[in-house]
Design a protein around this ligand. Sequence first.
Ligand code: ATP
Length: 351
Amino acid sequence: MSKTTAPVQRRTKLSCSEIWKLYGPNADRPAASRDEVESRAANGRCFAALSDVSLDIGEGEIFVVMGLSGSGKSTLLRCLAQLVEPTFGNVELDGRSLTRMGQAELREVRRHDMGMVFQHFGLLPHLTVAGNVALPLKIRGEKAESRDHAVATALELTGLAAMADRLPAQLSGGQQQRVGLARALAVGPGLLFLDEPFSALDPLIRRELQDELIRLQAGLHKTMVFVTHDFSEAVRVGDRVAIMKDGRLRQVGTPEDIVRQPADDYVRNFVAGVDLTRVIRCATAARPASRSDYAHAVSGQGRLSDAAETLMAAGGGPIAVQGEDGSLIGEIDLHAVLAAVSGKSLAGEPA
Ligand SMILES: Nc1ncnc2c1ncn2[C@@H]1O[C@H](COP(=O)(O)OP(=O)(O)OP(=O)(O)O)[C@@H](O)[C@H]1O
């Protein structure tokens, strides 16, 4: 698949080009050329967990990597974070090549510029919540005063301030994962890697934490690489989603792009189970305004599901769809919602 571009308005924060990761005999040896890695992958003795992956991830973007078990999601995340070394290809953070960086410099970049949150929370059982959050700051030699301040801010942001003195065993799974998130945020990195962070949680708590992440992101504007095998979660939290199969990217796009124009049958299968009203934005379903004055309005950025109540209050519409500055960008009614969800225009043509 060709290299994808970051959304126009974002600066590229993290990128990778032509990443391959081979496992098997002698697979630790880096390949000197693309031809070499391709022939090693093709000879049958090595297994390609990643094949030719190129991506640009924009600053402040939540970039979701989604795919079934074994598709290469964690390997991609680990290569981007340089926790494993790609067999071939280049990874750049803020324009600096991580793949060519020495170990000492890489360690510094990891300590200061990256945060990690994993499925199994990885909390130390004998340390309190505050102690766990402070640990990476202690390791990097932060002074007590700035450390305490960073810990208090991270606990406040994640709603844990009242639990600072508890031990992990005294917390629910969801609360423990909040501590994992707080610990990553306290380091103050611009870049967060989240590998299936909510997968161990029950659906209600999971949803609560997804909302929490979206809320936090609205104020923090971090760049996040978020791995999940749950398509609904991907389209809910992602600004863009990459869908992987067999170590390759099958499609990269906004949730709306993916649900409206799945690249192939593999992607279409995921889309089949998704509530489209929670993905498609009001601006996408809007048609030209038929008047200048409306009694009810919704934001174009909101999802169709967010407009349901307003539409009901307006007897089915039409209601105004507004831009971020309050300007009128069009109107929707129940028919427009149905048309968008069924992928048809009002005339019955594909939308
Ligand atoms: N250290 C390793 N040695 C050999 N093969 C590996 C290694 N790590 C991963 N693989 C293989 O690479 C492929 C991709 O694994 P990866 O963990 O990236 O998948 P994933 O999409 O994250 O799966 P899951 O959702 O189950 O975590 C799998 O077939 C896996 O067995």
